[in-house]
Design a protein around this ligand. Structure first.
Ligand code: ADP
Length: 467
């Protein structure tokens, strides 16, 4: 197949994909976005775009991931295009998206000056001899998939700005699964707004007749409507569940507080009477009441966090003293584990001392709870120039990779047959991560199943003017 006949077949493919027919004779700036469900369809669509360009005498630039470039080039060659020749003549330029990004990204955002320099000179070189330039780029999609949504949108804007200085046509592509979940609706809309033409994914685009397309749109509208209804129903249920947790924890708190009061009273009385046996039973009751009190306190914290009503004290405190105090307290509650503390920070941090203590208590209790066969827990603290880092390491059951990022979510418990035997509500880590985040720090875990876990959290150092 010659380049020209390949381009004819590509024109048909472009029409099939829904590209407007005048794309082949681009004059004004065109900024297209293709959504796709499978890589095979992406390759199909992009090869159409590139083959049409090469057939029309344009210079084509592909800035994509290595696997996509390989698949695309295989496909273009299979379709009869002399890619090696086009490459030698400078008509086909293929670049790695990750490398290109690193040439102009600064602190998670594209730096406008560098972008204009790097991409601008690339386009100038491609446009030599009055050739029109066609670009397929997926750097934006890479940023989006990394979770850098603002970076992706900023990069789209920079591409639009650059079109005022250079003439080119640009095709972007995003995988549909990059937009899962309601929170992405806004980004999706913003990304569409950055483009002059939006091409739907294959489940719509590959439909041949107008009638099929209308039926598909109608079905999608119905699906969108029922999903919206379902989402509001679930939100209402979620709201009621939160309300129930809040009410239940308040209702439980009062009787438990009074139980604790009478327990203390009874303990004092029996102590004066020297009734050791009853005191022994009371001490066990007291331990259970304390457990209950902690569970209720966690539930109350959770409700307050959900409602944005958790109050944080703002004070400056010495971290080392706090960590030492908590380690000693928790050591007093366990006979099975030795808590080994090392490192010092001599740092002052700013925030709520009791809440940071709560994080440490939670991590230490978990370390003990989830390492029944071990006898040590290591606590380490260190300081670098901007922050302190505290870690709690156990040698227990560990956490599978697939659960590691989920355990910080509300009510999430790793559900292996082994974990089921450990008591808990699955909210301690959620509360801890919210507290740390509120202090401008980060809480994360490194773990290997069967070998133990290390939880780390960071806090910023106190600086004058923080109050
Ligand atoms: P829970 O009350 O269930 O302990 P958390 O929020 O504190 O709730 O922890 C969530 C889940 O994370 C736990 O159910 C457990 O599966 C896992 N987990 C937490 N800490 C550890 C640890 N040190 N070792 C192994 N698994 C842990």
């Amino acid at each position: 197949m010659t380049t020209t006949s390949a381009s004819n077949s590509r024109d048909i493919t472009e029409q099939k994909l829904g590209l407007r027919s005048h794309e082949s004779e681009m004059s004004a700036f065109e900024h297209l976005v293709q959504f796709y469900e499978t890589d095979a369809f992406l390759v199909d669509s992009v090869s159409g775009f590139i083959a049409t360009g090469l057939g029309a005498g344009d210079t084509c630039i592909v800035i994509a991931t290595q696997p996509h470039r390989e698949n695309l080039e295989e496909r273009l060659e299979a379709d009869g295009l002399d890619l090696a020749g086009a490459r030698t003549r400078g008509e086909y330029i293929s670049l790695d998206a990750v490398e290109m990004l690193s040439a102009f990204m600064v602190d998670g955002l594209p730096e406008p000056g560098r972008f204009a320099e790097v991409i601008g000179s690339l386009i100038e070189q491609a446009a030599q001899g009055q050739r029109r330039v066609r670009i397929f780029g997926e750097m934006v999609a890479l940023l989006l998939m990394e979770g850098n949504r603002s970076g992706a949108i900023r990069l789209e804007e920079l591409w639009n700005d650059l079109s005022k200085l250079h003439s080119y046509s640009l095709l972007c592509a995003y995988p549909m699964h990059g937009f899962d979940g309601e929170v992405y609706e806004q980004e999706f809309t913003e990304i569409c707004q950055q483009h002059s033409q939006v091409i739907p994914a294959e489940s719509y685009t590959t439909l041949a007749s107008t009638d099929d397309r209308l039926r598909t749109i109608t079905l999608l509208q119905q699906k969108a409507h029922s999903l919206e209804v379902e989402i509001s129903r679930r939100k209402e249920l979620e709201r009621r569940k939160d309300e129930f947790i809040s009410m239940a924890s308040h209702e439980l708190k009062t009787p438990v507080t009074s139980l604790k009061g009478f327990l203390d009273l009874l303990q004092r009385r029996l102590a004066t009477q020297g009734d050791e046996q009853s005191l022994h039973y009371l001490a066990r009751m007291d331990a259970q009441v304390q457990k209950l009190t902690r569970l209720i306190a966690d539930l109350l914290d959770l409700s307050r966090m959900q409602a944005g009503q958790l109050v944080y004290r703002e004070e400056c405190f010495e971290l080392d003293g706090l960590v030492r105090e908590i380690v000693e307290n928790i050591q007093g509650t366990t006979q099975t584990h030795r808590l080994l503390l090392d490192g010092e920070t001599q740092a002052r941090v700013f925030g709520d001392r009791d809440r940071i203590a709560q994080v440490l208590v939670n991590l230490l209790n978990n370390a003990i709870k989830y390492s029944p066969q071990a006898d040590t827990v290591r606590v380490h603290m260190a300081k670098d120039h901007q922050q302190v880092i505290v870690s709690v390491q156990d040698f227990g059951i560990g956490i599978d990779k697939e659960h590691q990022h989920k355990i910080f979510e509300r009510f999430y418990q790793a559900t292996g047959p082994e974990e089921k035997t450990y008591p808990g509500l699955g909210i301690g880590l959620y509360i801890s991560s919210q507290i740390v985040r509120r202090h401008g720090g980060r809480l994360w875990v490194e773990s290997k199943k069967g070998e133990g876990s290390t939880f780390y959290f960071t806090l910023s150092l106190f600086q004058e003017g923080m109050k």
